[in-house]
Design a protein around this ligand. Structure first.
Ligand code: XMP
Length: 327
């Protein structure tokens, strides 16, 4: 596609029929663009990259190679889900890179949030470029760019390519089949492609992942406590139907300990913060008034099931003054 402007004639995709017709058109376009060339795609497991991968795979099958980089900052079960859906269900060439040690070693002792983000972003590009160099004959890069990315890059709000830009020497032509779609349309297309509901309707998750929720200098044990507490929160929100209602919810485990008592003994352990917010555009946000009994249950489970946490707090701060993430 050469045009970056959404034509007036493109109706909002809200139905499976409209999604199927979009998919048919894109499959044709991708085939025309790529012919028998090879496409590489960084698959995070997020909505955009997953739908993009499923769509390109529908068009060119095994000529698509997806690279899933596990940086150790993903939520519980995410790398496994990506491997299951794309390795088995979609049968793409999937390269799984376990880069956990590389990321966590580089992040050890680093407490400044923006430095943490830079380290995560730059190692990600290095790892992806290394994998790209190993695959012969690749001339295309698949990207899950969506229309708001294009609009925001025009307005100078953020850089267009969310992968962060590959090094100059990696010269690949872009394949961006979702670039004229809004997020809600991407979800409808994803469902029509057969992606699982929890992948298509996922809440937003930042690129640096749990790295910005294990605030301060990340340690492996605190990161693990964070991952487990987040999994409990997600499970309880799902059981209560809040996963469909609340825009974004997660736990944070700061570099801070509090005195408590466990099994009749003094326990000096971490504090877990629960955050649940609603917003339209993430520029401002309000607090979800979570049912008190549910909060108590989540707090009980986290403090009794997660090693190293003895206390839970609920974040009552709207945006502004707080941002959604704590770092
Ligand atoms: P804040 O914390 O700025 O977050 O209120 C607004 C939205 O953006 C997400 N977020 C990020 N996403 N890289 C991302 O890809 C980041 O570094 C980043 N920081 C925040 C946040 O989860 C929320 O949805």
């Amino acid at each position: 596609m050469s045009n970056d402007v959404r034509p007036e004639s493109l109706e909002r995709i809200t139905t499976p029929e409209a999604a199927r017709s979009f998919i048919d058109d894109q499959v044709k376009e991708i085939k025309e663009q790529v012919k028998d060339g090879k496409v590489l795609l960084a698959l995070s497991g997020g909505v955009d990259s997953s739908v993009c991968a499923a769509l390109i795979s529908r068009a060119i099958g095994k000529n698509l190679t997806c690279v899933h980089v596990n940086h150790g900052l993903l939520r519980k079960g995410e790398p496994e889900q990506v491997c299951k859906v794309f390795g088995e269900q979609f049968d793409v060439n999937l390269v799984y890179v376990d880069a956990v040690d590389r990321f966590l070693d580089a992040l050890a002792g680093v407490s400044d949030p923006e430095t943490k983000r830079k380290i995560i972003g730059s190692i990600f590009i290095d790892v992806f470029a290394e994998e790209a160099a190993k695959i012969e004959g690749v001339s295309f890069l698949g990207q899950g760019t969506i229309y708001p990315d294009i609009l925001e890059s025009k307005d100078g709000i953020k850089a267009h390519h969310n992968v962060g830009g590959l090094p100059e020497e990696v010269k690949l032509e872009l394949v961006e089949p979702l670039k004229l779609l809004f997020k809600d349309e991407v979800r409808v297309v994803g469902a029509a492609l057969g992606l699982p509901d929890e992948m298509v309707n996922r809440q937003p998750f930042p690129g640096p992942g749990l790295g910005v929720r294990c605030t301060g200098a990340i340690t492996r044990d605190r990161l693990e406590a964070l991952r487990e507490s987040d999994a409990i929160l997600r499970e309880e929100f799902k059981n209560a139907g809040l996963d469909k209602k609340v825009w974004q919810y997660f736990t944070v485990v700061p570099d801070m300990k509090a005195t408590g008592v466990k099994d009749g003994k003094r326990a000096f352990e971490w504090v877990c913060i629960i955050r649940a917010v609603n917003t339209k555009d993430a520029m401002s946000a309000t607090i979800e008034r979570v049912d008190w009994e549910l909060l108590e249950k989540i707090s009980y489970r986290i403090t009794h099931e997660v090693k190293g946490i003895n206390r839970c707090l609920y974040d009552l701060t709207a945006k502004p003054t707080g941002t959604i993430e704590l770092e």
